[in-house]
Design a protein around this ligand. Structure first.
Ligand code: NAD
Ligand code: MG
Length: 397
């Protein structure tokens, strides 16, 4: 099963689309709220979750008059800010709040904008319903793609990750069987062209300064190591039902071509636009329609050049590790992802160097005995093992 079966979107009511935003305080979450603000006549926000930052959650709940909110980190259950929730708003606490809110009867579409493998349970739960899944959380598919994709109903999953939204659109109206290759574009990140030795000395502040996108901290570091592109290649493999070789990564420095699909006759269909996540977020809500946007537009008269280059998987080792994980499949991508989450946190906390990230990920992958993916419980155990192993390796350095 891929997301390409022709169909009408699931969760398309006659009235406003009732949206739940999981991870509403993050980069994707706040941009999604902006889309909902712009299109209040078409979108109704009915449920919101946040892991922390409860003051921002409460502000959004008040602005949108939301019926239910969730605080997924119990450590924030007693935050003073929660006293300001509107009287009619119910508040659920704990990791299960995201799943419970997502599956509520009055929700048509769930945007999973949680970061990391923590998003998997909610993505899986939405696929048990007939609601639309607007999926930003790429880790859900990297870790659990083998479980999730067979559950996707036609028109149910609309990718939000900009490259995958682009590829999805490049496939519209075409026969997927006549596609020859997917060109997955990559900005190259802030350290494009650097040597391994130079990379070993970069600081978190330098790595957090992405040249073309403004995103959450974890994905920004992933974009600097290029693990983000490795994760995205595995994400595309699952979404479009192709193997890793079918997906070619190409550096496109300006982030204006969001990805391309090449067909058997040599024609290449590309998706271009501004580097603004509100566009793919909105498309996941509006699909198959297109609505107006306040996002900037590309003026091709002043754009200048579009540059392309081959990726360097020897310097940016995460690309090679993700290729290995995506080819091997089974539980290896889960281990890669969990070890990466731990190593990225350690790097951000100043506890390891930039090049330690891929070193830790590689050692965890090497230490793992791969199994076929069987269940969410199994993946949770493998994830926990990989986190413990990565923490132990970091501590033993
Ligand atoms: P972010 O760190 O800015 O926000 C993450 C959100 O998830 C926050 O609302 C936070 O409260 C919540 N959260 C954090 N840990 C959680 C947990 N354990 N359980 C439940 N909720 C938790 O992240 P982001 O940049 O918005 O990215 C979100 C997802 O979207 C990621 O999977 C990322 O790869 C993907 N994505 C982001 C962008 C982007 O431009 N930011 C682009 C493409 C894809
Ligand atoms: Mg992306």
């Amino acid at each position: 099963m891929s997301v390409l079966a022709p169909s009408h979107p699931l969760g398309a009511p006659a009235g406003r689309l009732r949206v739940a935003i999981l991870g509403c305080t993050g980069s994707i979450g706040t941009q999604a709220l902006d889309v909902c603000r712009q299109h209040a006549d078409r979108l109704e926000v009915v449920a919101l979750t946040a892991h922390a930052r409860t003051a921002e959650l409460v502000a959004a709940a008040r602005e949108f008059g939301v019926a239910r909110v969730g605080v997924t980190d119990p450590a924030h259950a007693h935050d003073a800010a929660l006293a300001d929730l509107p009287e009619h708003t119910t508040c659920l606490i704990g990791p299960d709040a995201a799943v419970e809110l997502a599956c509520a009867e009055d929700v048509d579409c769930v945007l999973v904008a949680i970061v990391g493998a923590a998003g998997l349970a909610a993505s899986a739960a939405v696929l048990e319903t007939d609601k639309r899944l607007a999926l930003a959380n790429k880790e859900s598919l990297v870790v659990g793609g083998d479980l999730l994709m067979p559950r996707v109903r036609p028109g149910q999953l609309i990718p939000v990750d900009s490259e995958h939204a682009a590829i999805f659109q490049c496939y519209q109206g075409e026969s997927a069987a006549q596609a020859h290759a997917i060109w997955l574009t990559c900005s190259g990140g802030p350290f494009f062209g650097r040597t391994r030795e130079e990379l070993s000395r970069v600081t978190p502040a330098e790595a957090l300064a992405h040249p073309t996108w403004n995103m959450g901290a974890k994905i920004t570091i992933d974009s600097a190591t290029l693990m983000n592109k490795g994760l995205e290649r595995i994400e595309a493999m699952h979404l479009f039902g192709v193997d890793m070789e079918f997906i070619r990564i190409v550096i496109q420095r300006q982030s204006k071509i969001h990805s391309m699909v090449e067909y058997d006759d040599g024609s290449v269909i590309a998706h271009l636009g501004a580097s603004d996540m509100r566009i793919p977020i909105q498309y996941a809500f509006s699909y198959p329609d297109r609505w107006s946007t306040p996002a900037p537009r590309v003026d091709f008269r002043t754009l200048g050049s579009l540059d392309f280059a081959a990726p360097d998987a020897e310097t940016f080792r995460c690309l090679a590790l993700a290729e290995q994980a995506g080819r091997t499949r089974g539980t290896l991508p889960c281990v890669m992802n969990a070890a990466n989450e731990v190593a990225v946190s350690a790097f951000l906390a100043g506890a390891c160097s930039f090049t330690d990230i891929d070193a830790i990920v590689e050692r965890c992958m090497d230490a793992h005995t791969v199994e076929p993916v069987q269940s969410l419980e199994q993946l949770a155990d493998v994830d926990a093992w990989a986190r413990r192993t990565a923490e132990h390796m970091l501590a033993a350095r």
